[in-house]
Design a protein around this ligand. Structure first.
Ligand code: TMP
Ligand code: ASP
Length: 238
């Protein structure tokens, strides 16, 4: 399948149409951004790493009952995906307090949460992706039925259960992550976008080293080395 027109360019991916109106090609870019693109950078090979990482994790999730948009991985940094209407809600799932949660609520960085926290953020760069609740989602018409929000929460928790165990076996602590969902032509809610060190926090269980985009956000260096380490651990047989 060939790339046709550029349909959309985001901060980390480009989406192209194909000859099949129901299928798109996603191209993973080497660009890195943080703080709503206030900080910009690029890391050669990062797109290919995220493409491989996300391919592996989507396959794992699919085997564990999470429907995804991924059809097949075409090459190093391209995936063939189902065309969906993205629900403009960033579903953030947290096991450990850090990042914006610690900042907003004053919870000490690194505190293990008493239960898995699921949050919704409105996917709108102009508004800086604000935290929203169920009523905001309805007022903004982000979903047509409040029950869909429960489905998103359930899917977020299931993804967390699968990934947390998978990474723990590989000595990585899944601290938190962000996922996005889309609705396909049959009305099915599919896990979409990507799951990668751009959208997750991974802390090494033995050294506490951060192996994710916080290395870029916090100028810790060795961004690509960290992403390579995550891919290496994913590929470990357990
Ligand atoms: P936060 O602590 O900055 O709210 O981030 C929570 C998680 O969501 C973390 O794993 C990083 C991820 N994330 C994204 O993927 N995209 C974003 O735009 C933001 C703000 C966070
Ligand atoms: N993805 C967001 C941005 O590019 C924020 C982040 O991940 O920190 O700006």
């Amino acid at each position: 399948m060939q790339k046709n027109e550029l349909l959309y360019e985001g901060k980390a991916k480009k989406l192209f149409t194909t000859e099949d109106p129901q299928l798109l090609i996603a191209e993973f870019k080497d660009d890195l951004t943080a703080f709503n693109a206030e900080k910009k950078g690029s890391e050669s090979g990062k797109g290919a790493l995220n493409c491989q990482i996300s391919t592996n994790l989507f396959a794992l999730l699919s085997e564990n009952g999470v429907a995804t948009h991924l059809v097949e991985t075409i090459d190093d940094n391209h995936q063939l995906v189902k065309k969906v209407d993205i629900i403009p809600i960033e579903v953030v799932v947290r096991n450990v307090a850090t990042g914006s949660l610690s900042k907003r609520l004053g919870i000490k960085d690194g505190t293990v949460l008493p239960f898995t926290l699921v949050e919704f953020y409105y996917k709108d760069d102009d508004l800086n992706d604000p935290l929203i609740n169920d009523e905001h989602c309805l007022i903004l018409d982000l979903v047509d039925d409040v029950k869909k929000l429960d489905i998103l929460r359930e899917k977020g928790r299931l993804i967390n259960d699968v990934l947390k165990g998978f990474f723990a076996a590989r000595r990585l602590n899944l601290v938190d992550f962000k996922v996005e969902f889309g609705v396909d032509q049959n009305g099915e809610i599919l896990l979409s976008d990507e799951i990668s060190p751009d959208s997750c926090r991974f802390w090494d269980m033995d050294t506490n080293e951060k192996l994710d985009k916080d290395r870029f956000r916090q100028n810790l260096g060795n961004v690509k080395v960290a992403y390579e380490e995550v891919l290496k651990r994913i590929k470990e047989d357990k």
